[in-house]
Design a protein around this ligand. Sequence first.
Ligand code: NAD
Ligand code: SAH
Length: 413
Amino acid sequence: MYKIRNIDLAESGRQKIQWVRKNMPLLRSLEDEFSKTKPFDGVRVSISVHLEAKTAYLAKVLAIGGAEVSVTGSNPLSTQDDVAAALAKDGLKVYAWYNATEEEYKEHLELALGYKPNIIIDDGGDLVNLLHTKRQDLLPHVMGGSEETTTGILRLKAMEREGVLKFPMVAVNNAYCKYLFDNRYGTGQSVWDGINRTTNLIVAGKNVVVVGYGWCGKGIAMRAKGLGASVIVCEIDPIKATEAVMDGFKVMTMDKASSIGDIFITATGCKRVIHGEHYKKMKDGAILCNAGHFDVEVCVPELEEMACEKKEQRKNIMGYKIEDGRWINLLAEGRLVNLAAGDGHPAEIMDMSFALQALSAKYVLENYEKLGNKVIDVPEEIDKRVALMKLKSWGIEIDELTEEQKKYLESWC
Ligand code: NAD
Ligand code: SAH
């Protein structure tokens, strides 16, 4: 019950999963708990998240907890075929392969949903979209689900506003233990890992333009500074722009930054933030990449249109020659550079995000009837539990308020 590239790759995938398991102590403790309590016995769970080793381990933990799990990717370029093979060999239902065409990608989503899931784990909203359009027939089986990322939650909120959302969805991204760590430190590190391993060029001394100074942009800019770059931030929000100035970065319009930058990184969740007018001004050799959402932030069709020649420069780097002789380099087809040209966030970061996912799935299962068709925050107890688990994994203990201190904080005179 799988549709993957090559089952013979399973051993390499298994090795990757074992490595992340060793470095994901929070999920390991949930594995231990779920293996005894079996909270998901008889429950069907469909997952659409970047099909990489850490996601595979999340899927295995849910299966160990009794769930019947089907898995697909959430981006055609982030699926790792050996990891998909390892999961399939372990008996999970897997539908994904690297470099799927748009049609194949959609088919894989539908196949994963074919098991009539009770709970979904989505990343960017593809499963929710399908369940509210082409596969509405499956809605009676769905109790609810959870969403991993910022843009997916924006879409869910739009559906909630219009009254069309048909089941409760937990906004995992909005938990403190998600965006403060995953979006900031995870993206901050993995984006540079993706860019560096792809280009093998120096960052020190370069002008790095970060477009969007939200949680991801902050992490990317912080790490660019640490690598010795001069960092420029482009924003549309005056408060975020002010924050960037006080964090020590230059702030200017994209129009101005386009002739100064050596490396451009988008992290906005918005479309066409870098486009043809900017390409006209860029330096020869400029590098463009996206760390935000799908492949819409850097406008690839306009780059294709303007180019008189196109040539692969290195794996995951496409060079576009403009009429005047300048070359502009696009990494990973404008898709998430940290996942399409890297292994995504480190294991210890996804450990927190996926502990939230596993506990949110259990929360939905236990509470779906009273949640309503709404976007729901991760309960504070779960968020705090994940932070405490993380501290415990480091061997760190923290203080607790005394009764006297509690009373003092709650009083007004
Ligand atoms: P956020 O809302 O905290 O930040 C986005 C920022 O972009 C905001 O400050 C906003 O004002 C700014 N912005 C929006 N449109 C803009 C434009 N046209 N020009 C300049 N700035 C603009 O969101 P976030 O949590 O930082 O996430 C950003 C994107 O990255 C989302 O699409 C999210 O789903 C995705 N994401 C990717 C990864 C990854 O692994 N690559 C990880 C987490 C989130
Ligand atoms: N599917 C969309 C949505 C953005 S993905 C797209 O491909 O554009 C952004 C999410 O990927 C983040 O919220 C983060 O939690 C997740 N992510 C980052 N590294 C990951 C990894 N190694 N494995 C699984 N998910 C990861």
